[in-house]
Design a protein around this ligand. Structure first.
Ligand code: SAH
Ligand code: SF4
Length: 362
């Protein structure tokens, strides 16, 4: 039996790629701009909604092409306005995306935390995603699709058509972005395209647990994005226990790669440091951290641990968090304390996981 031909994916195509597509299909070039507008401004997944295309064009495109913007299946809304969207992909796998409101200085602006993998192969000891196992990489268009799908859902829920509702993107959802390097970078360029979604590179952050090969590669791209390194420990003994990848790339190697990255890009790097009680929050840990990070002139972002049932880590009390913060400040570091958002709906960092997969492990 003849195989049914695969439909062409239009999500993720640039304007010139769409032009090639319409011309190949005997259409005038200007149709590409119409498609572009429907996909990237109107977040439209169905050709039949493209009212400025002639009817026969809509059905022709529908026969040969598709726009796979993931659907929001479920959402939960936190007391603080954070929303967690569970989105369904073409193969029915699910991925989680979090919409985080900015503080009151920028009302009606949101940061979107997107995923790059279904699950995560790294398996950090404190992270729900890592403990749920790894299923697969996302394609670049599934990463872009999270932005379009979330924006559309948010506009609908808030009854607000503002095109710039989402002002910042953080690659801090499920998965390790630099282990899905090509898709991550390709998605980044599309999200940044001034003619499309148009989110400035300086408003985009990529977070990595220390994938040195990817950091070296990223240093060669001409990008203005912020790189965040999930450090979480200032000695190999502690880091080995928290982040298995540290055994492949120990601290000295990681910090060397970061130093080279800073030299190559001239960009400041942020170090993320989760505070885990009795694990990495002693005075000794703080002074080791100061020694490691100070020469790099980097920012340190302290994150109180978001608890995940059954993993055995404890969030330190507020006084201990402030004590650690002050130690770093006195040591001359540029330090910020991350506000916890969305913890009541398990939407905070490290809490993203499909509940079923964690249960099936136990
Ligand atoms: N894999 C990448 C990006 C996704 S994780 C990385 O590890 O950087 C995004 C951030 O959430 C990382 O800094 C990660 O260490 C942090 N994180 C994971 N589990 C957490 C938890 N339970 N509480 C607080 N932060 C957590
Ligand atoms: Fe993966 Fe990041 Fe979670 Fe570690 S913290 S398991 S790298 S998602």
């Amino acid at each position: 039996m003849p195989m049914e031909t695969e439909k062409i994916e239009l999500l993720g195509k640039s304007l010139s790629e769409l032009e090639a597509f319409v011309v190949e299909n005997g259409q005038p070039k200007y149709r590409a701009r119409q498609l572009f507008k429907w996909i990237y401004y109107k977040e439209t997944a169905s050709f039949y909604e493209m009212t400025d295309l002639p009817k026969e064009q809509r059905s022709l495109f529908d026969e040969i092409a598709k726009i796979s913007i993931p659907r929001v299946l479920k959402q939960r809304v936190s007391r603080d306005g954070t929303r967690k969207f569970s989105m369904e992909l073409e193969d029915k796998k699910k991925v989680e995306t979090v919409v985080i409101p900015h503080n009151s200085d920028k009302p009606n602006k949101y940061t979107l935390c997107i995923s790059t993998q279904v699950g995560c192969p790294i398996g950090c000891a404190f992270c729900a995603t890592g403990q749920s196992g790894f299923q697969r990489n996302l394609t670049f268009y599934e990463i872009v699709g999270q932005v379009l799908g979330s924006k559309k859902e948010l506009q609908k829920r808030l009854k607000n058509d503002d095109d710039d509702l989402i002002s910042n993107i953080v690659y801090m959802g499920m998965g390790e972005p630099l282990l899905n390097y090509d898709a991550t970078i390709k998605s980044l360029y599309i999200i940044n395209d001034p003619k499309g979604i148009n989110i400035g590179q300086r408003h985009i952050t990529i977070s990595t647990c220390g994938e040195v090969k990817g950091i070296n590669q990223l240093a060669k791209e001409d990008l203005q994005v912020t790189l965040a390194i999930s450090l979480h420990a200032a000695s190999d003994a502690v880091r080995d226990r928290l982040i298995p990848l540290n055994r492949k790339y120990p601290l000295a190697e990681l910090l060397k790669a970061v130093e080279n990255y800073i030299a190559a890009t001239n960009r400041r790097v942020t170090f993320e440091y989760i505070l885990l009680d009795e694990v990495n929050n002693s005075y000794h840990d703080a002074s080791n951290l100061i020694k490691l990070v100070k020469p790099l002139m980097a920012n340190i972002n302290l994150i109180p641990y978001n608890s995940v049932n059954g993993l055995g880590f404890i969030q330190p009390g507020k006084d201990k968090v402030m004590q650690f913060y002050n130690w770093l400040l006195q040591g001359g570091l540029n330090v910020t304390l991350r506000e916890e958002k969305g913890a009541d709906i398990e939407a905070a960092c490290g809490q993203l996981v499909m509940k079923k997969s964690i249960r099936s492990k136990q």
